[in-house]
Design a binder for this molecule. Structure first.
Ligand code: FE2
Length: 280
């Protein structure tokens, strides 16, 4: 398993067959210039090559709002490898299509993802079984991938001293997030939770914690914290959070499975909705 905390990307492989899955891959994006590059993704391709891995799946935990998925780039580089995400991605797509003018294009989301996973669905990764856990709350489509004793949790829980992700995006639900975190914390104590982000204050970035550590010390939802207390805490925190820096480019790319939206001339282009009290 390769884990890169600052990039929140994972390669999981079966040591027997070398079958592998990529989870939450990222494109490099410089929002001021609009430059998108594949430097990081190409390092993953080199790793795959160096270790003779057979990539079987390109997996997303959810429609990210803070980075651009590299799923389509890998699909292009690894022909025939399907891209999978939670089945409720359709809710996210339908929510944001009118925001970005995608609703005027019929069938714009048809075939965008190859696999739409439901809760408890299983896929094989060589000799390993990968089970899907639907964990809504941060986003409605959010899923985790349980492989052996490792769970790739995306943003459904953070490191114990960070706590939890925001639940105020459209379709977000703090009560559901609490239930999703409880579901993770009800897994066996030694299971390892690999997070999608880490935001440390006074330590180096980390990828992983155990269920036991989460139960004992999750800052927002350790054992003993009620749903009401969690919802109150999340509401207070979410009220002061700003929009993610890459919100609009991320959503426009990620609801298309990693393809870029295009303007009326067919050029790749992002829309930036503005909010203003003045009318000019
Ligand atoms: Fe997220």
């Amino acid at each position: 398993m390769l884990c890169s905390p600052s990039l929140q990307q994972y390669i999981v492989s079966d040591p027997v067959s070398r079958d592998a899955a990529l989870i939450d891959t990222v494109l490099d994006f410089e929002p001021t210039s609009g430059a998108i590059s594949t430097h990081t993704a190409d390092k993953i391709l080199s790793f795959i090559d160096a270790h003779s891995l057979n990539v079987k799946y390109i997996l997303e935990t959810h429609a990210h709002a803070d980075h651009l998925t590299a799923a389509q780039y890998f699909r292009h580089k690894l022909p025939g490898v399907p891209v999978g995400i939670g089945a409720r991605i359709s809710q996210v797509q339908n929510t944001f299509a009118p925001v970005y003018g995608l609703d005027s294009k019929p069938d714009v989301f048809n075939g965008v993802f190859d696999l739409l996973f439901k809760d408890d669905e299983e896929i094989k990764l060589g000799s390993l079984i990968c089970r899907v856990l639907h964990l809504p709350g941060h986003t409605p489509d959010h899923i985790a991938y349980l492989i052996g004793d490792a769970v790739f949790v995306g943003d459904s829980i953070f490191q114990p001293d960070v706590g939890s992700a925001r639940a105020d995006f459209p379709g977000g639900d703090p009560k559901a997030l609490y239930s999703s975190m409880q579901r993770l914390m009800n897994l066996p104590a030694t299971f390892r939770l690999f997070v999608g982000h880490d935001y440390p204050v006074d330590r180096a970035e980390l990828c992983v914690s155990t269920v036991a550590q989460q139960r004992a010390s999750n800052k927002h939802a350790k054992v003993g914290v009620s749903q009401e207390e969690f919802v109150q805490l999340r509401a207070e925190r979410d009220a002061i959070l700003g929009a993610p820096r890459l919100l609009h480019p991320s959503l426009q790319t990620n609801i298309l499975g990693g393809r870029f939206p295009r303007d009326e001339n067919g050029k790749p282009s992002f829309k930036l909705p503005i909010s203003t009290p003045i009318s000019l």
